[in-house]
Design a protein around this ligand. Structure first.
Ligand SMILES: [Zn+2]
Length: 299
């Protein structure tokens, strides 16, 4: 395949994924799809399309595209793992155990039936808290939180972080980031990846509210830690995409915490999701069948 036709295919795939992303975003708002699970399915589709559209458009080069994409995604992920391990060691070596938070964590962890995590205070962290580790989870708070947060505020944040442990979100985020990087050449994939990251935070906020019964305190505490920890270290910015963080999408989360109807399963959500996928199929998959012969005829 010539470079020119590969570029044409890549541009067409980019436009197709842009169409899918636009449809997902608009229909979720238009239909008021408020179920986080349904929204995950809806947003996962454009993330995958960013990669699969190119495979579909260039069937002769599938092997090459898959090999290069997997190779790049694996290399970038290895680099992230190395950075993450260095960072985790720095937190656990330089931090001190936060016994008071560990005591508050105990009943919450028992309710969720997860291993009681170690809790650290770290001077290296400016915005937090965050969870590190999967088999032996560690919750890390910035050092300043020990003086600034009361027990109620600590409890809602711990409940949120424990929800990440319960759902093994760090693995989920790695998996989503890997999918995003399969389409590393396609900037459109960044949007569904970000929306999916936000859905992870919504889901944990929901669990935290169920555990503590205090959505108002959670909302206020999220604002408080955002204000107090506004200065970010450079290496934290680099880690932002692989670790579920407390400050991600604050405004959307405050709106979500204020919407009481978003915590229950509703049948209309299922129908809305099916409707969105039908629109995907009609608007994106069908026209692809017309686009393909046209591209074939191109000189
Ligand atoms: Zn979180």
């Amino acid at each position: 395949m010539s470079l020119l036709s590969l570029l044409t295919f890549a541009l067409t795939a980019l436009l197709l994924s842009l169409l899918w992303v636009g449809i997902a975003w608009s229909l979720v708002r238009l239909l008021r799809l408020n179920s986080p699970v349904a929204r995950v399915f809806v947003y996962l589709a454009p993330l995958l399309t960013a990669f699969f559209a190119l495979l579909r458009l260039a069937p002769d080069s599938r092997m090459a595209i898959v090999s290069v994409s997997l190779g790049v995604a694996a290399l970038l992920s290895l680099r992230d793992v190395r950075r993450y391990l260095v960072y985790r060691r720095r937190i656990t070596d330089g931090g001190r155990r936060y016994a008071h938070a560990e005591a508050l964590c105990l009943p919450l962890a028992r309710t969720l039936d997860v291993p009681v995590p170690r809790v650290y205070l770290s001077p290296d962290l400016t915005i937090g808290p965050m969870v590190l580790g999967v088999a032996r989870p560690t919750i890390v708070f910035p050092s300043w939180t020990a003086e600034q947060l009361n027990d109620d505020e600590l409890r809602v944040l711990l409940a949120h972080e424990l929800a990440h442990v319960y759902r093994r979100d760090i693995l989920l985020k790695w998996a989503l980031l890997f999918l995003r990087r399969l389409a590393f050449w396609n900037p459109v994939a960044a949007w569904p990846y970000r929306w999916l990251s936000l859905e992870i935070e919504f889901a944990c906020d929901r669990i935290a509210c169920r555990l503590t019964g205090k959505p108002g305190t959670l909302a206020k505490t999220l604002c408080k830690i955002q204000q107090l920890g506004a200065v970010q270290a450079v290496d934290e910015k680099r880690l932002l995409q692989v670790i579920p963080r407390a400050d991600l999408g604050l405004r959307a989360r405050l709106e979500y915490l204020g919407a009481s109807g978003s915590y229950v399963f509703e049948w209309p959500n299922l129908f809305k999701t099916l409707l969105i996928f039908s629109v995907y199929w009609l608007v994106c998959s069908k026209p692809a069948e017309f686009v393909l012969p046209l591209l074939d005829q191109a000189p």
